[in-house]
Write a protein that binds this ligand. Structure first.
Ligand SMILES: [Zn+2]
Length: 80
């Protein structure tokens, strides 16, 4: 695992909290402390965001390719 802040090496360590012992990842270089669960959730939400953006881009492409055809058809109808 790499630190998102400084790309240093992360080491896991047990930390006692009010909820009990949780395993946290700590950067050995800058001391950045992250919850692996939070990181996993963030990665998941980023993945779904990327998927959403991809879908939006595909829809835009469909709309772009659809519009000229429709205009062409209506222009032909007007001419006929
Ligand atoms: Zn770091």
């Amino acid at each position: 695992m790499q630190c998102q802040r400084c790309h240093g090496m992360m080491v896991t360590e047990g930390v006692w909290t009010q909820q009990g012992k949780v395993v946290m990842a700590r950067c050995s270089s800058c001391g950045n402390l992250v919850d692996p669960l939070v990181m996993a959730n963030r990665a998941r939400s980023q993945a779904s965001l990327a998927l959403m953006l991809e879908r939006e881009a595909q829809e835009e492409k469909l709309q772009e390719s659809g519009t000229p055809v429709r205009q062409e058809v209506s222009a032909r109808r007007r001419a006929a």
